[in-house]
Design a protein around this ligand. Structure first.
Ligand code: 13P
Length: 258
């Protein structure tokens, strides 16, 4: 494995937070702080749909990229309340979070729909950040690897070798999200390495070694350096700590060092 051949990505996932004026203020604060990361770390803010246009405009010309938090898998049609991949690319959005555990838990997202959303995103030219992660019960049952393998394999079903370069995987153990209970660097490293092995099995070693695999779940300014120093952890998907410019920047800087 050679971490230096992979792109480090620090992405904020704002979840259901921030109105447009708040989004503008936060991004304006983040931009100058992370400007030095341009050549080393991809910095992304994944924001609510209503903030996307504002976010794209505020970050234009900077090294902060914008992502959405979900995307529908149909191109268009009678799907009230949904947003298509083309609608996102037309706004200038580059990334999209797919299969976040909150979507799986509260909105009936399944491995199959995660796969469909991943394919729809790729087809439209978006870069999906595909989330996988076990629940506490699954970890305690000793089936973490089975769950992660299944989620990863189904999510990546039918992705072509050319498109796979645009896929990012985020390992987010459900028990660590928003709980303050972060995975130990060793736990996170083990699962990220396992995801890479799984991707190697699906494609090949070159693709697996080139894939950015993030950790997410209570990553913050204090614990980020240890996590990001691990050989298979190529970045972070940050919830709560991405809502404060200083904290988010500390994580970006840890990735720059890292
Ligand atoms: P927290 O960083 O708030 O635990 O959220 C992690 C997450 O779900 C990012 O997608």
């Amino acid at each position: 494995m050679n971490k230096s051949t992979r792109k480090a990505i620090i992405a904020g996932n704002w979840k259901m937070n921030n109105t447009r004026p708040e989004a503008k203020e936060l991004l304006q604060a983040i931009k100058p702080l992370v400007a030095n990361a341009e050549n080393n770390v991809e910095v992304i803010a994944c924001v609510p749909f209503t903030n996307l246009e504002t976010a794209v405009n505020v970050t234009a010309g900077s090294n902060v990229k914008i992502g959405a938090e979900n995307v529908h898998f149909k191109k268009n049609g009678a799907y009230t309340g949904e947003i298509s991949a083309d609608m996102l690319t037309e706004l200038g959005v580059e990334y999209v979070v797919v299969g976040h555990s909150e979507r799986r838990q509260y909105f009936g997202e399944t491995d199959e729909t995660v796969n469909l959303r991943t394919l729809a995103a790729l087809e439209a030219g978006l870069k999906p950040i595909v989330c996988v992660g076990e629940t506490l019960e699954q970890r305690e049952l000793g089936i973490t690897e089975e769950v992660i393998a299944m989620q990863t394999k189904i999510a990546l079903k039918n992705t072509c070798e050319k498109c796979i370069k645009n896929v990012v995987i985020a390992y987010e153990p459900v028990w660590a999200i928003g709980t303050g209970k972060v995975a130990t660097p060793e736990q996170a490293e083990d699962v990220c390495a396992f995801i890479r092995k799984t991707v190697e099995g699906l494609f090949n070693k070159e693709i697996a070694d080139g894939m950015t695999i993030q950790y997410g779940g209570s990553m913050n300014a204090k614990n980020c350096a240890e996590l990001l120093a691990k050989p298979n952890i190529d970045g972070g998907l940050i919830g709560g700590a991405s809502l404060k410019a200083e904290d988010f920047n500390t994580i970006v800087q840890a990735a720059v060092e890292g």
